[in-house]
Design a protein around this ligand. Structure first.
Ligand SMILES: [Cu+2]
Length: 120
């Protein structure tokens, strides 16, 4: 196997990290908010408790029938702890489900799902 010092350094950094094991990227706030009713949803914004790696994060949106709504690729905001994905379709009124997963900079993965409603 090829020697990969960068990976070894990453592994050492994770093992030696002074961060407590519970310091994963927890969802602090979402827009649209968890369980809320909104009149517009041009994008899905997820604010986490710690910086995340957008390349390893995903956000999916589906309508009440389970049909996937196209989203833009999630990008991180300036604080590195917020992901934003543009909604690439005109949404009809109804209930939508957001399913997300995130990998924080400490390489830990978290995931979750929540719903919001778009008012007529
Ligand atoms: Cu963690």
């Amino acid at each position: 196997m090829q020697f990969r010092p960068a990976l070894l350094l990453l592994a050492a950094a994770v093992l030696l990290s002074p961060l407590p094991a519970f310091a994963h990227a927890q969802l602090l706030k979402a827009v649209p908010g968890v369980g809320t009713t909104v009149t517009t949803a041009p994008s899905i914004t997820l604010a986490f408790s710690e910086p995340v790696e957008p390349a390893f994060c995903g956000i999916a949106l589906s309508d009440a029938a389970g049909k996937t709504v196209p989203l833009g690729k999630p990008a991180s905001a300036a604080d590195k702890a917020t992901l934003v994905a543009a909604v690439k379709a005109r949404l009809a009124p109804g209930t939508y489900t957001v399913t997300w997963h995130a990998v924080s900079v400490d390489t830990h993965r978290t995931q979750g799902t929540f719903a919001f409603t778009l008012a007529p």
